[in-house]
Design a protein. Structure first.
Length: 397
């Protein structure tokens, strides 16, 4: 990994679309169910907030675009096209060829058909990430998803016919899930992915988030989750099965054929600059050579109103101190299998590496087998990634 390559001139763009068909009971994302969306007003507002970000930040090059949510496959393809064209006009795509620019759209099965995928491709999208979550009907029902396993398979096949780059998400460590069941589901998912020509899979452990129906159910004993040891075993199964299938991990929850990692997310984890537009979108942008942390208002109606009145809906815009920047680079970099580039950390913060991370902790974590150290990098081992919060806590003191 080389974070030093992450110049403040190269910008990734994140666009948040906050609407969903229904609210999943485990979800704490900024997602809302509404009866009507004024697509014209939303297109106008996204373009205006993008122009505001362009105007103030130092970026000259566009690294990638990611439409996340919510459910961005509910957007008008015309809006997706307008945002992509505006970003490409404002910032020069980075790379020798324009069409190498990675443009990802998250989609949910049941919200987009083959014609819809084709329209998004015409709009400029070249990578789709599908929220499949399980390919088992009973589990989809437990997770409160609106699609069936058959609809998920159909969406994967349909997207695979249209896009060269395809990924989907799965959720594991579900109640009473056994190692054998997860091995079987993963193997079937790999077959479906490969048949569709995909080379990327994201596998997330089910977590219980505050203010969700799952939190209430969990606290009331409606269901139980695997023990910590059970979670460790299922994580190990994920690494083993996907590794053997040619999809090694490149981040805690993300696996890809070598060369097919999500460039947008890797850019962010490596400490690159990104602008976030749309409700709740957050970013790290360089303004006159200083890194700012930015965040937009979350409620969709408030965001829309603010942007139409003021060109943006920023609720936070603060300069990151070198210490704060250093700490977040440690937290982000250690998620990646390639690890944290210590020289890049020094370059980005102007601090010495040992004023950011504790030397004593480095030695002790290495002796515990949680990290490996080389001259200029720190990498977490598979076990270290599983215990990442503890590793980060120790390193940052
Ligand atoms: S579809 Fe995704 S963003 Fe929407 S409620 Fe479900 S988990 Fe949340």
């Amino acid at each position: 990994m080389n974070t030093s390559a992450q110049s403040t001139k190269a910008m990734a763009l994140y666009v948040h679309w906050p609407f969903c068909v229904s609210k999943c009971p485990y979800c704490d994302f900024n997602s809302h169910v509404v009866e009507h969306v004024d697509h014209g007003a939303w297109r106008d507002a996204l373009l205006r907030e993008l122009a505001y970000e362009v105007e103030r930040c130092d970026a000259t090059h566009l690294k990638s675009i990611f439409f996340g949510g919510g459910t961005p496959s509910l957007m008008d393809a015309d809006t997706v096209s307008a945002v992509i064209n505006a970003a490409r006009t404002h910032w020069k795509p980075q790379g020798p060829l324009d069409d190498e620019l990675e443009i990802t759209l998250e989609a949910n099965p049941g919200t987009v058909d083959a014609d819809g995928f084709a329209a998004f491709k015409d709009a400029g999208v070249n990578r789709v990430s599908l929220g499949v979550q399980s390919i088992d009907d009973e589990q989809l029902k437990f997770l409160g998803r609106k699609h069936s396993a058959a609809e998920a398979m159909h969406a994967i096949a349909s997207a695979g016919e249209i896009f060269d780059r395809l990924s989907f998400d799965l959720i594991y460590a579900r109640p009473e899930q056994t190692e054998a069941e997860w091995r079987d589901e993963l193997s079937r998912a790999i077959d479906v992915l490969h048949t569709a020509g995909g080379a990327h899979l994201s596998c997330y452990q089910l977590t219980i988030e505050d203010n969700t129906p799952f939190k209430t159910d969990f606290e009331n004993g409606v269901f139980d989750l695997p023990s910590e040891d059970g979670g460790v075993t299922l994580f190990g199964v994920t690494q083993e099965v996907l590794g053997n299938a040619g999809l090694p991990s490149y981040e805690i929850s993300n696996h890809a054929k070598p060369g097919d990692a999500c460039q947008h997310n890797v850019h962010v984890w490596q400490g690159g600059m990104y602008a976030g537009i749309g409700p709740g979108g957050h970013g790290r942008v360089s303004v006159n050579g200083t890194v700012h942390a930015t965040r937009k208002h979350k409620p969709p109606a408030q965001w829309l109103k603010n942007v139409l009145a003021d060109e943006h809906s920023t609720i936070e815009d603060s300069i990151l101190t070198p210490d704060a920047r250093g700490q977040e680079l440690v937290m982000l970099g250690l998620r990646l299998d390639d690890g944290l580039d210590l020289a890049a950390l020094e370059q980005a913060t102007g601090l010495t590496r040992l004023s950011v991370v504790s030397e004593q902790a480095l030695e002790s974590l290495e002796s515990e087998g949680l990290i490996t150290l080389s001259l200029d990098s720190v990498q977490t081992t598979a076990r270290g990634r599983l215990l990442l919060n503890g590793v980060i806590g120790a390193l940052l003191g």
